[in-house]
Ligand binder design. Structure first.
Ligand code: ASP
Length: 445
């Protein structure tokens, strides 16, 4: 029998009734043997995720303030769920211990991880299967990345359990302490478990029926993508499509395990399959999806004969690395080069320092910066064979009166990225969607 790993996100773990529903989904298919859970998320607009409450407790405790009121909200959520589910899993004692540890100065990662830990214990009780703590199977390297020994370790532990619930988001660091992935990291945990148990499918249960061609907050009811490739997913999620953590494909990609995005609240919807290479028919859309992200800065450099100057780009990039700044894109011309950087690296005068160092060290004819740029990626394997895709895209933008500040096409022809003013971000996505999904040529996928 093949194995499916199911990961339930925060909204699928938000209260007792929803946890029961998630458990029914697991029990409906005997192949769903390993379950990874997030911490309880928002139950309604304005609600606060348990993980955010836990970070807040840590923040208050580390500044010597009283975190009792925030902690009591966490307590009432978990104790309430325990009651609702009519299970006795010792939530009270577990919360007492967590409270003591926070008071004693436990680290932020430990504090944040406790939402998944408690949710995992609840889910294990509801399913009546063993709880396997993530700290036993997930290891982090000293630099915070996933330690490659994790897969063999997880496989050897999970082999002993035909079924198990594992909390997402955390593991153990090289120093023996709890460490977490970045926010939303339970998606990565699910992928790690899927690879370790050689799953045939990694099901990621969330509150939407798949991956949309663009953000539904920007275009109402956009098309749902039936199938997309790992690469397309990586591009789209990196650029802000936040159904799945952008790093969650790495563990499953090399093992060729497909991911299915499914909706806990509409379990019979087909969802989206993420696979090694998406099969698309010729008549289908060249574009698979569109995503955008705000708040980038472009540094434009010009220097005559730049193309002949050996080491010019290396010196510019050397300056960035000196300031610990990573760049996103590097479109260039014969005598021009632009560097696109996420604004979060540039606060506190860093941009000014970089520009002044560039002036001193590479002597460009001109340096200009454009702050507050949004990058919009139009992604699709089909673009490589479809003549006129770029023409359609830029015509749509000009008809929508949108000024394009920068253009970058990935070397694999998988994406075309345009930089526009932050203020034009939504209008730009709407214009591209209209052209490819509602326009004459777009049939969708
Ligand atoms: N609970 C964590 C977060 O809110 C991790 C996750 O849900 O994936 O970021």
């Amino acid at each position: 029998m093949s194995i499916k790993v199911c990961k339930f996100g925060g909204t699928s773990m938000a209260d007792g009734t929803i946890i029961r529903r998630a458990a029914e989904i697991v029990n409906a298919d005997a192949e769903r043997r390993y379950v990874v859970v997030s911490a309880p998320g928002k139950r309604f607009g304005g609600d606060v995720k348990v993980t955010d409450l836990l970070y807040r407790c840590h923040e208050l405790a580390s500044s010597g303030a009283n975190f009792g009121e925030v902690f009591s909200r966490i307590r009432s959520r978990f104790e309430g769920m325990e009651k609702e589910l009519e299970k006795d899993v010792g939530m009270g004692e577990a919360l007492d211990e967590i409270g003591r540890n926070i008071r004693a100065g436990a680290g932020a990662d430990y504090c944040a991880s406790r939402g998944e830990y408690l949710a995992g214990r609840l889910m294990a009780a509801v399913l009546d299967v063993p709880f396997v703590d993530a700290e036993e199977i997930v290891r982090f390297a000293p630099d915070g990345s996933l330690d490659a020994t994790t897969y063999a370790l997880a496989a050897s532990v999970l082999r002993k359990y035909p079924r198990a619930v594992i909390p997402g988001f955390y593991g153990r660091g090289a120093d023996g302490k709890i460490r977490t992935f970045s926010r939303g990291g339970s998606d990565i945990s699910g992928a790690v478990v899927a690879r370790a148990v050689k799953a045939a499918l990694y099901e990621n249960w969330t509150d939407v029926s798949g991956f949309f061609a663009c953000d539904p907050k920007i275009v109402p009811s956009p098309q749902c993508i039936r199938e997309l490739s790992y690469q397309e997913l990586r591009e789209l999620s990196y650029m802000g499509a936040n159904v799945l953590h952008s790093e969650s494909i790495f563990p499953v990609r090399s093992a060729g395990i497909p991911i299915r995005i499914c909706n806990t609240f509409r379990p019979s919807d087909e969802g989206t399959y993420i696979v090694a290479s998406a099969k698309r028919r010729r008549e289908e859309n060249a574009v698979t999806g569109i995503a955008g992200k705000k708040d980038f800065t472009v540094i434009f450099l010009e220097k005559s004969m730049m193309n002949g100057e050996i080491g010019f780009a290396a010196r510019v990039l050397g300056i960035l690395s000196r300031y610990g700044v990573s760049f996103e894109h590097l479109p260039s011309g014969i005598d021009t080069m632009s560097v696109v950087i996420d604004n979060r690296y540039l606060s506190g005068g860093v941009l000014e320092k970089i520009v002044s160092d560039i002036r001193e060290e590479v002597h460009p004819d001109s340096v200009r910066t454009h702050e507050d740029i949004a990058l919009i990626a139009t992604v699709g394997h089909g673009m490589a064979n479809a003549i006129g895709t770029a023409a359609r895209l830029f015509k749509a933008l000009s008809e929508a009166n949108i000024n394009v500040i920068m253009i970058d096409q990935g070397s694999s022809e998988l994406n075309i990225i345009v930089g526009v003013d932050n203020a034009d971000c939504a209008a730009c996505i709407r214009a591209i969607y209209r052209e490819f999904f509602e326009g004459k040529g777009g049939t969708g996928s």
